[in-house]
Design a protein around this ligand. Structure first.
Ligand code: HEM
Length: 157
């Protein structure tokens, strides 16, 4: 694996950074651009648009979440990160990835549930399901993603 990493170091780090940009950047665009724009709509439209935009976001990021982990594991093994003095930072990043991925899974589940309620016209039941995603779950993943990026800079230098 170290030989593989040494040969393909540049594309592996590139794909790792690109995946982080799409995952974290996608959430930031949704939370700070789309969210405030949808807030101006009436409830049924707002919920339908929000559920639709979140579906597109989640479908886009899932392959990059997996690519982020794959490139991370190649780097961890290739650089021997689990044994050296940087192991705590590597373990912290793996922990952060796991929490972010679990949070994303929970958001995908809630969004699907909300979609079914929206399709049935039960807007008042759908609202809290989507509300928590916007108020808490996405911001938590943005914050964790930023910490992971900072730790990535520490590992790279
Ligand atoms: C799953 C566990 C992870 C491991 C083992 C890991 C490992 C690494 C390593 C070794 C580097 C340094 C690459 C270099 O030599 O320049 C790095 C950089 C980076 N990581 Fe991760 N990473 C993980 C998760 C994440 C997550 C969850 C994110 C963000 C969502 C992320 C974002 C970044 C970014 C943006 C860089 C580039 C920093 C720079 O350019 O200096 N990583 N990561």
């Amino acid at each position: 694996m170290s030989e593989f990493f040494a040969t393909y170091q540049t594309p592996i780090i590139f794909l790792h950074v690109l995946s982080a940009v799409i995952w974290v950047g996608g959430m930031i665009a949704m939370r700070f651009a789309a969210h405030y724009s949808f807030a101006a709509l009436e409830a049924p439209q707002r919920l339908a648009r929000t559920a639709h935009a979140l579906r597109n976001l989640f479908m886009m990021v899932v392959p990059f979440v997996l690519l982020l982990l794959l490139t991370a594991l190649i780097m961890a093994v290739g650089m021997g990160l689990h044994h050296g003095e940087l192991k705590l930072i590597a373990f912290a990043k793996e922990g952060i990835w796991s929490v972010m991925a679990l949070n994303l899974g929970a958001m995908i589940y809630r969004r699907k549930k909300a979609q079914r309620l929206i399709d049935a016209g039960e807007f008042s039941s759908a609202a809290p399901l989507l509300g928590l995603i916007g108020r808490v779950m996405v911001p938590v993943n943005i914050a964790l993603g930023i910490v992971a990026i900072f730790l990535g800079v520490m590992l790279g230098h």
